[in-house]
Design a protein around this ligand. Sequence first.
Ligand code: XMP
Length: 507
Amino acid sequence: MQEKIIILDFGSQTTQLIGRRVRELNTYCEIVPYNKFPFGDPSVIGVILSGSPFSVYDEKAFKVDLSEIRGKYPVLGICYGAQFMAYVSGGSVEPAASREYGRARLTWIEQGNALFKGIDEGSQVWMSHGDTITSVPDNFKTVASTANVHNAAYQIEGEKTWGVQFHPEVFHSTDGTRLLGNFVVDICGSRQSWGAESFIETTVAALKEQLGDDKVVLGLSGGVDSSVAAVLLNKAIGKNLTCIFVDHGMLRKNEFVNVLKDYEGLGLNVIGVDASAKFFSELAGVTDPERKRKIIGKGFIDVFDEEAHKIKDVKWLAQGTIYPDCIESLSITGTTIKSHHNVGGLPEKMNLKLCEPLRLLFKDEVRAVGRQLGMPEHLITRHPFPGPGLAVRILGDITPEKVAILQNADDIFIQGLRDWGLYDKVWQAGVILLPVQSVGVMGDERTYERAVALRAVTSTDAMTADWAHLPYDFLAKVSNDIINHVRGVNRVCYDVSSKPPATIEWE
Ligand code: XMP
């Protein structure tokens, strides 16, 4: 049985980060809404309560009865989680005199507490809360303090229950992983058996069982999620898996041919469909970004559906949906937002059962599984690329000529990032073709040609992003190469906007 930690989500922005840290300890965990504890599940070995955007005394604060959890499992409350347990047991939680944000250092009130094993006094922790526990109930003992917070960490007497008002899951808590390790491994008793190898073994066996001799189709995009899902399924059911890779004409330069070759090299049964003519004709003259997206989304579904129906007796549609897409996240209003799928509308239209072999994995785990499956590194570390492709990077209407100009400029930028060792340092990069012409001079000739913008960002999840601070020498070289080699472009700009308030893509 796969033992697991349950993370009760009270709505904090760092809840997923807690999950990733636990997984890094080779321990499986699941994030569930605060009021959906899986009572009766024998594989649960411990519980973590997350932070929250609320104060415990807010009327709308998320509240839950912990009487069937505390004392039965080891429990660690983080920030709101810690304040909540103290508050409902009779402690006081009040607005902090000065809001506690940023770094602080721990001092021990109790030496040698199990949660802090191996952590030295003075260890830096990260605080981020507007409230503080001003007094704890009688049976709570304070274990650690910081300069401003007396009850920085407590344990409940006679119970394996702890609360910490800081965030061990964030990078700035220097010994945070050690603390979580003390909880997960020493206190909860994790055997640390979760990892790429064990995931592959159990998932392949489960897929064999689930799918039997059924036929499965999967849409490949060139991205890491769908590729890893395909290789995993191929390992489980071999030729009963048919992969379909649709070229809508807005892929990167040579991408269709190169990625198809990669897939064939991996032994996948893959059909490449060049549908670019259809997409170019449907997109002709369209300038509105949302309409472009809709046309491509619908066109993709039509092409995929038609190809899939050429295969006899298909029963399943496989998708590379990953865990962050499946977690029911709590919005501030307390309503839950349901999981979504990569290709909205496809399963309903095709009347197929859904198979999502990666739905338990975080992105970094998908990559680890890909590596363990022997996939080439360039497929695994590939930047994200939007489904509608270059269509949302050509501002204004789309023509094959514009796509060709953009592909050439993009190719120089991306190859440059690789040559300069910068590709893996940025989250995502690309070139935007602007609907602007500007005056230039080449030789003795006056030119009046297009401007392009380079976009490169750093990020961890695409929800927020900063523009990548690429070296000036690199930008100078790329700009020069693009203007000299891409006919029709005479000006290169660099986009220095962060997200928010801008977005990563321009459309
Ligand atoms: P934005 O532009 O919203 O992008 O900051 C966030 C991430 O999503 C990608 N993106 C898309 N992916 N279909 C996709 O599959 C789309 O329509 C789409 N729009 C944006 C974008 O490349 C970035 O990684």
